[in-house]
Design a protein around this ligand. Sequence first.
Ligand code: AMP
Ligand code: MG
Length: 343
Amino acid sequence: METKILSTDEKDINEAGKIIRNGGLVAFPTETVYGLGASALDAFAAKKIYAAKGRPSDNPLIVHICDKNQIEKIAAEIPPSAKTVIDKFMPGPITVILKKKPCIPDDVTAGLDTAAIRFPSHETAQRLIRAAGVPIAAPSANLSGKPSPTKAKHVINDMTGRIDAVIDGGSCAVGVESTIIDFTGEKPVILRPGGVTYEDLKNAGIEAEIDKNILRSIAADEAPKCPGMKYKHYAPNAEVTVVEGEITAVRRKIKELLKGVNGKIAGVMTMDGADYDNAVILSVGSGNKEYAQNLFAALREFDELGAEVVFAEFCDDGGYGLAVKNRLYKAAAQRVIHVGGNE
Ligand code: AMP
Ligand code: MG
């Protein structure tokens, strides 16, 4: 299949909308990462997403909308706390899990009786959903297991020949996926940390629990609430190790680790550009917000540079830190070294 590269011009957006309406696949930019979209009302189109990504069939898709009125057409129930989140944070980088109505096929929700609903703030994403005339089911537009795409070139690398079109809308501002919050239990539960932080929710009066699986690995026979938690994620070719703690101690530890790489090509993901000898160094900027923006692109760039081992600096969990840490731990398959403070 030929994969068209489309722009954000009106003509191209209309063409992309038509492809989706007719059951095809289009990758598109959002404020979080690029999504791989199909009509959320078409079971056959949803199946194509799983095939194109190589995604396990029990990992459901997020339904993207462009108007809050669409929520009541998809959700069977909207509890008051969910309504607060919808009012305060949509459109934006948050996904709510609600009991679903039958119009959303089982192939979109992987057989669950709930649907994940998101209203992206990215203008191109909104225009595409409007042009399609249907809600759009979309996971991230990467091959399953690879880092999520934050630029059109990442999608093109993974998906050429597998999908109908990619809309090139530049780099994604948030850089990590949406916060997923489940409203189907007694208390709201954060299933995935993301662009809306725990602190943002707390300030809006939402006392959410953080699912215990966010920072640990899950056994093959477990059934987590967010099925995506179970799978290998964000993994570049290199073996990644997170080195976490106070920054001076982190850098001392990485320098020591670099001496033991035995001739392998080593990379360091650094915050605010530290100097390391004998390593490919990529800076992810200063602070957790920039770390989130640059993390996935850096993981892909280490692959291009041939890194075999990568050490990632990490300091603190505040704000976007929890989302960064969750993605880093997965990229590192839980290889994490904690170092003390000022020893
Ligand atoms: P992605 O954004 O590509 O990582 O894929 C969507 C994520 O949303 C996956 O981690 C899914 O497990 C999660 N998800 C989608 N629908 C549901 C749902 N109904 N309940 C819980 N998690 C969901
Ligand atoms: Mg994904």
